[in-house]
Design a protein around this ligand. Structure first.
Ligand code: SD4
Length: 335
């Protein structure tokens, strides 16, 4: 389990974290649910710096939608992050292709999948939502739309990512094993896949969410995971709450995971219980597969209570409100 010192050391933003009030590291499973808004939560340890950015909007009374977009742009821009945005690892043919989606309090949503050459897919997803009659654009069409909207077309394959890809090509083993967390952040671990999913509630009590990723490293060209799929990687219902996911997208898609979590909360499940039930359905359907993969869900309800649950240990999420910036370790199944 993380402790505070270890977390500060391992974070990409370790230096700046000293300034944050990491007041408590706790197992979400044992803590009382927090109620109160505004609040922002997001997946993995890099969520803490992303939340900090989102918080700048929330604390000024801004809209949750603006907060989540601004927040997830931080890992998208992080050159040390090979699982989200600009420096993401490429597919097996060397293309960096990104997936993202966003959803607001009115049920509006936008998404891009397998978009190339654009560093901030979340902002393109938002424009799909706001400027087109559609929900989702993919591949070249998504890139074309982004360029029309003024986004810069860039080569996103960084020298480091290219080196990792060339190393992978030596064996070209197509083994989409992801998120076995004890191997995460290890040097040379090319199968490190951390999506950022973020959920926020603003001062008006409105909920929005965003999710962005480069997906599975060295994936098949054209492969799309759960992250840009509304209902799978992200779902928001302003009457109930929001949910997002990380891990092996195929299993999340098969179970329409984030929608399921929100519907369970509608039935009265707490955020953590809803995440746990969604995880258990994945395990129940494919117990052998589930032993070797990670899937984690993160959820928040209308009151600002939050929770998470993952198949494997090692999943973390970050919470930020007026009082704290915490990294939390959710409950896990007993694999
Ligand atoms: C995907 N769900 O593309 C993403 C990857 C991920 O933590 O979330 N990794 O399947």
């Amino acid at each position: 389990m993380y402790n505070r010192r270890k977390f500060i050391k391992m974070s990409a933003a370790g230096a700046s974290l000293a300034a944050l009030s990491t007041s408590k590291i706790a197992r979400a499973a044992t803590m009382a649910p927090f109620a109160g808004v505004p609040v922002v939560i997001s997946t993995w340890d890099f969520g803490i710096v992303a939340n900090k950015e989102a918080w700048k909007t929330l604390e000024k009374g801004g809209r949750a939608l603006d907060a989540v977009e601004a927040g997830v742009r931080i890992p998208e821009a992080d050159m040390n992050n090979h699982t989200v945005g600009r420096a993401g690892y490429p597919d097996r043919d060397g293309h960096v292709s990104l997936d993202a989606c966003i959803m607001d309090e009115f049920g509006n949503c936008g998404s891009v999948a397998a978009i190339e050459h654009i560093a901030h897919p979340i902002s393109v997803a938002r424009l799909v939502m706001e400027k087109t009659p559609h929900v989702m654009l993919v591949g070249e069409g998504a890139t074309q739309f982004a360029v029309e909207q003024g986004f810069k077309k860039e080569n996103l394959l960084t020298p480091e990512s290219e080196k990792a890809w060339k190393e992978w090509l030596k064996t070209a083993k197509y083994s989409p094993v992801m998120n076995i967390e004890n191997k995460q952040h290890a040097p040379g671990n090319q199968y490190n896949h951390d999506t950022i999913g973020m959920l926020a509630i603003d001062v008006k009590g409105n909920i929005s969410g965003a999710c962005t990723t480069s997906g599975m490293a060295f994936k098949m060209h054209g492969r799309v995971g759960d992250s840009p799929l509304i209902g799978a990687g992200l779902y928001v219902d302003n009457e109930v709450g929001g949910a997002t996911s990380t891990g092996v997208g195929e299993e999340v898609i098969r179970n329409v995971g984030s929608f399921l979590v929100v519907e369970l909360m509608r039935q009265g499940y707490s955020p953590e219980a809803a995440c746990k039930e969604a995880v258990n359905r994945i395990i129940k359907k494919k117990p052998d597969t589930a032993k070797n993969i990670q899937v984690g869900f993160l959820a928040i309800n209308k009151k600002g209570e939050y929770g998470a649950y993952a198949i494997q240990k090692g999943f973390s999420f970050a919470v930020c409100n007026a009082e704290k910036q915490d990294l939390l370790i959710p409950g896990k199944s007993f694999y």
